[in-house]
Design a protein around this ligand. Structure first.
Ligand code: NAD
Length: 484
């Protein structure tokens, strides 16, 4: 059985905190043990990260750092199969997803932010002075220091490197706390860090749960200079409170209840393909996923049936088998949460268009499976429509006018993403500008240019990451004013 050890100051060390089991979601079997870092080990990790800022890493030129970032991308790709197997065993997600999204994009993040830092400039202002000689202001970009990186379990490597890569590109050091559900790829990345010559202490990993454990020890640590977090909105609130002490900056990428809007002139096949993925990809465990869809009345039944066909088309099974297209959800606990919403929909009288239960899968009875599910008929006040479920399920509500669709979409405390489907591009632009979200997709979903601003409005987050926006969070400008 694998023991997932912490990675502190370039060394793998067994945790001295709680030990707990790591499960293979496909079967529920125990495949590893996580040894959480205790408070003293989190202290050590933060201390190592602090010390590394003053070591060779802190003295490195930007081109040298870029060279190491590119080696990290190459290093992950050189061990692609190890990362792939680790991610699949942690999450149960099919190879078809992990080999196309999680691992390649997890590696690519290092190249993306190497490119970004290579061309990064700062501002300069010449100013007049009363004596006529003038003064020159220019900004120097400095690393923030030690960054705490707190990650979720749904896209473990991809979302971790989305933060670690720009943090390192800007010259920071990091202490990563992966999700307790998915410790594997963050740990494996420690090996690659050593292989490519990242100095000890630059990248540290502490395992464990959040509250009262490694997560909280890290986010409340006085020597952490900034916190970047992706996860649930409720956890984001706790992290923001922790960051208030010492006035540390936070970047929060939080939950969502993303609306899809389908107009009656949408290209039906393209829409079904895109919205189907938006509802069911990664077993619905994508923060950008679409759990409520507003459909113009004239095509409502056709869309409901089209989506039901998509829901029924998935193949469950061995995630290492290339024919498998849908995996289980991450844990027994998460399955219980998702199924509680399935029960709620039933008790509130939803019309079940597809799914609604647990698939009957011989040989995988212990796994955390749920059926992709489509409902109609619930009022907008239902928790099924207002709360994030984070499962492979969606609810369809009809609308008549554009104004009504926008109002329905905006009727949520969340504001992460939307996808709008119409062949009328004037309307598409008009609607995209009015839905209160950080990311609006038109006739597509999850199409990502990594230079663009990524983040949520309202309760879906604070700040933007991606491209220059990541650079702004992971570095600080120091203005120098020179009297001439
Ligand atoms: P979570 O909030 O339960 O946990 C995320 C991480 O925070 C874990 O590592 C956990 O151990 C840690 N944590 C929990 N409590 C903590 C505390 N008090 N102090 C410090 N750390 C703590 O989220 P999850 O269940 O792992 O992930 C799913 C959620 O993430 C969903 O809500 C989803 O929408 C969101 N998400 C958002 C984005 C985005 O970009 N906006 C991307 C992916 C996932």
């Amino acid at each position: 059985m694998t023991e997932f050890r912490n990675f502190i100051d370039g060394q793998f060390v067994s945790g001295r905190g709680d030990g707990f089991a790591n499960h293979f979601p496909t079967t529920g079997e125990v495949i590893g043990e996580i040894r959480a870092a205790d408070k003293a080990q989190v202290d050590q990790a933060v201390g190592a990260a602090r010390a590394a800022l003053k070591g060779p890493w802190g003295r490195m030129s930007v081109p040298e750092r870029i060279g190491l970032l590119r080696k990290l991308a190459d290093g992950i790709n050189a061990r692609f199969d190890d990362f792939l197997a680790a991610e699949i065993r942690d999450t149960g997600k099919p190879r078809s997803i992990a080999s196309h999204i999680d691992i390649p994009r997890g590696a690519a993040n290092f190249n993306v932010f190497a490119d970004q830092v290579a061309t990064l400039g700062t501002e300069s202002f010449a100013m007049p002075t009363p004596d006529g000689t003038g003064a020159l202001n220019y900004a120097v970009r400095t690393p923030r220091g030690v960054i705490a990186v707190i990650c979720p379990w749904n896209l473990p490597l991809l979302l971790m490197t989305w933060k670690v890569a720009p943090a390192l590109a800007c010259g920071n050091t990091v202490v990563v706390k992966p999700s307790e559900e998915t410790p594997a790829t963050a740990t494996l990345l420690g090996e690659v860090m050593n292989e490519v010559g990242i100095p000890a202490g630059v990248y540290n990993v502490v395992h464990g749960r959040g509250p009262g454990c490694a997560g909280e020890f890290l986010t409340t640590h006085a020597d952490v200079d900034g916190i970047t977090f992706t996860g649930e909105t409720r956890t984001g609130e706790a992290i923001m409170a922790a960051a208030a002490r010492g006035v540390r900056p936070v970047s929060l990428e939080l939950g969502g209840k993303n609306p899809g809007i389908i107009f009656d002139d949408a290209d039906f096949d393209k829409t079904m393909e895109g919205i189907g993925r938006a509802c069911f990809a990664n077993t619905g465990q994508v923060c950008l996923g679409t759990e409520r869809i507003y459909v113009q009345r004239g095509i409502f039944d056709r869309v409901a049936e089209g989506l039901a066909d998509k829901a029924r088309s998935y193949r469950f099974g061995d995630p290492f088998d290339t024919v498998t297209t849908m995996g289980p959800v991450i844990s027994a606990e998460h399955r219980a949460k998702v199924l509680s919403f399935y029960d709620k929909a039933r008790s509130e009288g939803a019309n079940l268009v597809a799914g609604g239960g647990v698939p009957d899968l011989q040989g995988y009875e212990g796994g955390y499976w749920v059926e992709p599910t489509v409902w109609t008929g619930l009022p907008e006040t239902s928790p099924v429509i207002s709360e994030e479920i984070f499962g492979p399920c969606t609810h369809l509500t009809p609308f008549d006018t554009e104004e009504e669709a926008i109002a329905l979409a905006n009727n949520s405390p969340y504001g992460l993403a939307t996808s709008i489907w119409t062949e009328n591009l004037t309307r598409a632009h008009r609607v995209a500008g009015q839905v209160e979200v950080g990311i609006s997709w038109v006739n597509c979903w999850f199409l990502r240019d990594l230079r663009t601003a990524f983040g949520g409005s309202k309760a879906s987050g604070i700040g933007r990451e991606g491209g220059i926006h990541s650079m702004e969070f992971y570095s600080e400008l120091r203005n120098v004013c020179v009297k001439l």
